[in-house]
Design a protein around this ligand. Structure first.
Ligand code: AKG
Ligand code: FE2
Length: 305
């Protein structure tokens, strides 16, 4: 990583010192993926999807965001307009949820995130036939926004424990454009695991699902590092339910929106969390796609979830 880009890493406006940043290690399909996932808590795989298909999905998503006035012309550059008509067109959480469901179910997006290439990877990881949640977490992160530090377990633990997250960038994401980080070896931190194991954020809505400490404090306290990298269309990052992760602030100087989608895979033979399956997944609090902060107008997403 260049010194220039290191200056761009911040979380909630706080600059991350260079010595706390390390580059993620790339994995390759022919390796022992499940062994490596168990060892490291994450797998960075490049060029898994067809980049042209990712680009096609990205353009369609941006077209929808342009339709609600959130993306400048030419829309395929993905530059935030600073404005939005989304809330005046879709006035309730339900309507906003329907809009986001429509965007999240764009065929070219589904062809990427649930397609043959990634399924092959997942079948290899689990050593058996796999399937995925029908629900997908499509995210559009504008300048200055970041996802809080968390593990995924409390958000989706009503089905099997044999579950992984797959984070798919939908464009080139430079290091200053709000990339994802994982904390090195955090999947082995027993205090975090014990604290969150069995917590269900829908059953216990008063207990925060994410980690309360500032990510910098947590990394310092653990003597750990932030692992990250830049991403290209075609890449994906797979991690376990107990891997601590979050995103850096999107510090794009051009106003570029960071588009990505997270999905969940598991063996077909295992029980699935009913909230995230079927044609109309109820998701959190029964809100469907309306539970996602991404369903809100981009002008309102100052407190991302
Ligand atoms: O994309 C983000 O900002 C957060 C993604 C995430 O938390 C996940 O993929 O589990
Ligand atoms: Fe997550």
């Amino acid at each position: 990583m260049s010194i220039e880009s290191l200056k761009s890493f911040s979380i909630q406006g706080e600059v991350i010192p260079a010595h706390l940043l390390k580059t993620m290690e790339q994995s390759f399909f022919d390796e022992d993926l499940s062994g490596k996932l168990e060892r490291d808590g994450y797998l960075l795989l490049r060029n898994i999807y067809n980049p042209n298909k990712v680009e096609e999905a990205r353009e369609k998503i941006l077209w929808y965001l342009h339709q609600v006035g959130e993306v400048k012309d030419p829309y395929d550059l993905g530059i935030y307009s600073g404005k939005s008509n989304r809330g005046s067109i879709y006035q309730t959480t339900k309507e906003l949820g329907y809009f986001w469901k429509k965007v999240s179910e764009i065929k070219s997006l589904r062809d990427v995130i649930h397609g043959e290439s990634i399924t092959r990877v997942m079948d290899k990881i689990f050593g058996e036939e796999t399937t995925h949640f029908s629900f997908a977490w499509l995210r559009a992160m504008v300048q200055g926004k970041a996802s809080p530090v968390h593990i995924d377990h409390p958000y989706m633990n009503r089905g099997t424990e044999k579950l992984v997250t797959c984070w798919t960038p939908l464009s080139r994401i430079e290091e200053n454009e709000g990339t994802l980080y994982v904390m090195q070896n955090s999947h082995l931190w027993s205090d975090i695991k014990n604290k969150f194991f069995g917590l269900d954020i829908d059953a216990s809505p008063s207990i925060p699902g994410h980690i309360q400490e500032h990510p910098l404090d947590l990394v310092n306290q653990k003597g750990a590092s932030f692992l990250t990298t830049s991403f290209s269309p075609g890449d994906c990052l797979i991690f376990s339910m107990f891997t601590v992760h979050g995103s850096f602030d999107n510090n794009s100087t051009k106003g570029k929106i960071r588009l990505s989608c997270d999905t969940r895979f598991q063996p077909t033979s295992e029980p699935m969390d009913a909230r995230f399956s079927g044609p109309s997944p109820e998701a959190h609090r029964g809100l469907g796609y309306g539970c996602l902060s991404a369903s809100l107008p981009l002008t309102e997403t100052s407190n991302p979830k």
